[in-house]
Design a protein around this ligand. Structure first.
Ligand code: PMP
Length: 356
């Protein structure tokens, strides 16, 4: 006889990552195509030699480096096994009844509905605007006395669109202080909005104890395979996160690589400038070919292809480029290096899917 597990888990889909296939160009998971910098590779090798020892469970050195980098105190920062673990932990620290509500835009990051249901809470999904941007007024209007948490992914995955500082400030001011607002900035390093409207969650959160910011070493820092993300916010929220954190889940190698990458951040962030140029080049080519593509502030582009999404994804894979179809909503394609992007464009601009 099999042991009994929570019956409600049957209705929760497991997280489905972007496809991978040996030899194919992978533009399906918003990774960077660059490998770790030499300084990070050295730190990785050195840390691996101590694999028989547990890592620092409190990640003190990494948190100190982050605090210094962000201009906050160590009590304002904690780390997670990727920022996706922090998403799950944020539900754990705020929700303890099935009637508790977690509000977020849909479509947004695939993990939000999953971590909400795993946390036995109720997901409240608010549609994007017709321009595929967060509808912040509608998000604020969806808050009830049962709302415990709001996820705002900025720039939004998978649409790539971003909301600016003025709009975000109005939204943060309109939400009751008892509700924790998560600004998920996994793609922060690719934002290029004008300085006066630049939505820096850490700055906006300084005066707002109910704002918590998530960032990650997986994207611009190129460490997706090692799993290190971080949260910045009020010390009370950070302390709560540290209580539900799975002990030692940010491993020694990940911590060392993150510290080295932070030290070498100028080299790493030069790469994001190159990537942003490529992203805009791919978007221009897709627009010229007749696709609808919202402006992106991330390292990926969104093609709202509706019913044609799956077919487009399959045809692209057959052409050797893996992209990420999302049901009947659209397809997300990560900007890669110039060669990868050219391969994708030569498929996409000639695709039969476009002509129907
Ligand atoms: N937030 C968003 C919006 C993401 O797109 C992702 C990765 N797909 C994550 C969080 C999680 O990233 P990681 O766990 O690798 O830090």
């Amino acid at each position: 006889m099999t042991a009994s597990t929570r019956p409600d888990l049957d209705s929760i889909p497991a997280y489905v990552p972007g496809r991978n296939h040996p030899g194919a160009v992978k533009l399906a998971s918003n990774e960077t195509t660059f490998g770790p910098l030499p300084a990070a590779a050295k730190a990785i090798a050195e840390a691996a030699e101590l694999a028989n020892r547990y890592p620092d469970n409190q990640a003190l050195e990494l948190r100190a480096a982050l605090a210094d980098f962000l201009g906050v105190t160590e009590a304002n920062v904690t780390v997670g096994c990727g920022s996706v673990a922090l998403c799950q932990e944020l539900v754990q620290i705020t929700c303890d009844a099935p009637t508790d509500e977690v509000v977020f835009t849909w479509r947004s990051f695939e993990a939000y509905p999953i971590v909400t249901k795993v946390g036995n809470a109720t997901a409240v999904q608010v549609p994007l605007t017709p321009d595929m941007v967060h509808d912040l007024d509608a998000l604020a209007a969806a808050v009830t006395e049962r709302t415990k948490l709001i996820f705002v992914c900025n720039p939004n995955n998978p649409t790539g669109t971003a909301v600016g500082k003025a709009e975000l400030t109005r939204f943060l001011d309109s939400v009751p202080e008892r509700v924790l607002i998560v600004l998920d900035e996994a793609y922060f390093e690719y934002l290029r909005l004008a300085p006066e409207d630049f939505p820096n969650g850490v700055e906006l959160g300084r005066t707002r104890p109910n704002v918590i910011v998530l960032r990650t070493f997986s994207k611009a820092y190129g460490l997706a395979g090692l799993r290190a993300g971080y949260a910045v916010g009020d010390p009370a929220v950070i302390t709560a996160l540290m209580k539900v954190h799975i002990p030692f889940s940010v491993n020694r190698v990940a911590q060392a690589a993150a510290i080295a990458s932070l030290e070498a951040r100028h080299e790493l962030l030069d790469r994001t400038d190159t990537l942003v140029v490529e992203r805009d080049r791919v978007r221009d080519a897709l627009l010229a070919a007749g696709y609808r593509v919202p402006p992106s502030e991330s390292n990926f582009l969104w093609l709202p292809l509706g019913e044609r999404s799956a077919e487009f994804g399959e045809a692209s894979a057959e052409a050797g480029v893996l992209v990420r179809p999302y049901g009947t909503d659209g397809v997300r394609v990560t900007a890669g290096d110039p060669h990868e992007n050219d391969l994708f464009l030569s498929f996409a601009t000639d695709s039969a899917v476009l002509r129907r």
